[in-house]
Design a protein around this ligand. Structure first.
Ligand code: URA
Length: 438
């Protein structure tokens, strides 16, 4: 097969056959199709989106571009939770150990940063020694032993996604519904998942700026997933403002540790909002896997596990098993950027906007994400956002803190940040985190 014909067919919006999609997935995985041709196909697929049938075929072809994890013998229930990507989304860092501490087995593959959205794997790499390069054998052994294993995209499982994901990140082709569906679900199928809980993000800091787009993505994920034999639950949550207080890899790890170590009352308000999301999806996971019989019971179990320190213990067991040389009991190892610069409110009033997209772009400019495939990330760069929409604040209230490697980077970030957070005189209600329940 000549890949130029496949690019041309996509460019003209002609249907791909199963064989063509398999050729694409296998060629991406093996490296036989060069990046420039894959990039051309991705842009054509962005402009002429794949049909549902093509998306289903591409998903399976990508899942079969490497091994499929066989979880036989790993204690059940198995649950995987995955986000479609958002600014400040560090949910896996809390939820994976929390669920494992509640008796579920969490085996999952996570991604690097994608566009303006940070990636779980990049955040985990802010932990000294942590390795996400797990072989299927090691994933299974670790899951059997401690109930949790989180791997990055490797050449073993869904390697086609590894190749396409890295190219989508730098070719502005991320926010295509069929490409997101096939990327997420191919990893779930290859990872041996049975039950998948999807957090579909909606708002400026995600790939779904409108509710209509988020609903379409949620519905497509559920239907393609079901077709592939998965039990899929998809909720839609707010991503018009960043999730939690922090954006940037090490900062987000620090915030996840706060949720695992501190009582809710001691958390700052944006971190409480992040905790609420973890509780919500945690309770869904316990219910759909039959560990709890009602929402009330599930929430109680989640709270007890957090408060009793068992989620923290499990998190430490997990990161140690994957090579960490530090633990979450202490945070002195967390790298801190050389420069911190605060933004204060010029007027008293109500926070009317905290634009997640601009904040994600600023984080990227500060070095928290990649602009080209092989860019090195600055793990300590990012932002803390101290307010959320609906907060009533006085003049001079601290709105945000920039964490930058240099004063020059901090000043450039500040020039954009002053437009991203708006304070107005008219009050506005807070934005609920949950838009559509799973
Ligand atoms: N997460 C993924 O794994 N893939 C996407 O395309 C988006 C979010």
């Amino acid at each position: 097969m000549d890949f130029r014909t496949i690019i041309a067919k996509r460019r003209e919006g002609m249907a791909h056959s199963k064989e063509e999609l398999e050729f694409l997935a296998n060629g991406a995985a093996s490296g036989d199709i060069p990046d420039y041709q894959l990039s051309a196909w991705l842009m054509a697929a962005y402009l002429k989106p794949l049909t549902d049938a093509e998306t289903g075929m591409l998903t399976v072809a990508m899942a079969d571009s490497g091994e499929r994890l066989d979880l036989t013998g790993v204690p059940k229930p198995w649950v995987d939770k995955h986000s479609t990507g958002g600014v400040g989304d560090k949910t896996t860092l809390v939820l994976a150990p929390l669920l494992a501490a509640c008796g579920l087995t969490v085996v999952k593959m996570s991604g690097r940063g994608l566009g303006i959205t940070g990636g779980t794997i990049d955040k985990l790499h802010a932990i000294p020694g942590f390795s996400s390069d797990l072989t299927p054998k090691k994933m299974i052994a670790q899951a059997k032993k401690i109930g949790i294993a989180v791997a990055g995209q490797t050449n073993h499982l869904a390697p086609a996604d590894k190749a396409l994901y890295a190219l989508r990140d730098v070719t502005e082709t991320v926010s295509s519904l069929p490409l997101i569906v096939s990327s997420i679900l191919s990893k779930k199928i290859a990872g041996g998942a049975e039950t998948v809980i999807l957090d579909v993000k909606c708002g400026s800091g995600s790939f779904n700026p409108t509710r209509e787009q988020a609903e379409k993505l949620a519905d497509a994920l559920v239907s393609v997933g079901k077709h592939a034999g998965l039990r899929v639950f998809a909720g839609i949550t707010d991503m018009d403002q960043p999730l939690g207080r922090t954006v940037g890899n090490a900062l987000e790890v620090a915030e996840a540790i706060e949720v695992l170590t501190k009582p809710e009352a001691e958390l700052r308000s944006n971190t409480k909002r992040f905790r609420e999301l973890c509780r919500y999806y945690g309770a869904i996971a316990l219910r759909v896997s039959g560990v709890a019989s009602s929402s009330g019971e599930a929430l109680e179990r989640i709270e007890d596990t957090l408060k009793g320190g068992r989620a923290l213990e499990k998190a430490n067991e997990w990161i140690k098993a994957q090579g960490a040389t530090v633990d979450f009991g202490d945070t002195t190892w967390i790298p801190r950027a050389a420069v911190q610069l605060d933004l204060h409110a010029q007027i008293a009033g109500c926070v009317g906007k905290v634009d997640a997209r601009t904040i994600g772009e600023i984080a990227l400019d500060l070095g928290a994400g990649r602009k080209t495939k092989d860019d090195e990330i600055d793990l300590s760069a990012g932002l803390e956002i101290h307010v959320k929409v609906g907060d009533l604040i006085s003049q001079d209230h601290k709105l945000a803190t920039i964490h930058a490697a240099t004063q020059e980077l901090a000043d450039a970030a500040m020039a954009r940040l002053i437009h991203a957070i708006q304070v107005q005189t008219a009050p506005i209600p807070p934005r609920p985190i949950l838009i559509r329940p799973a």
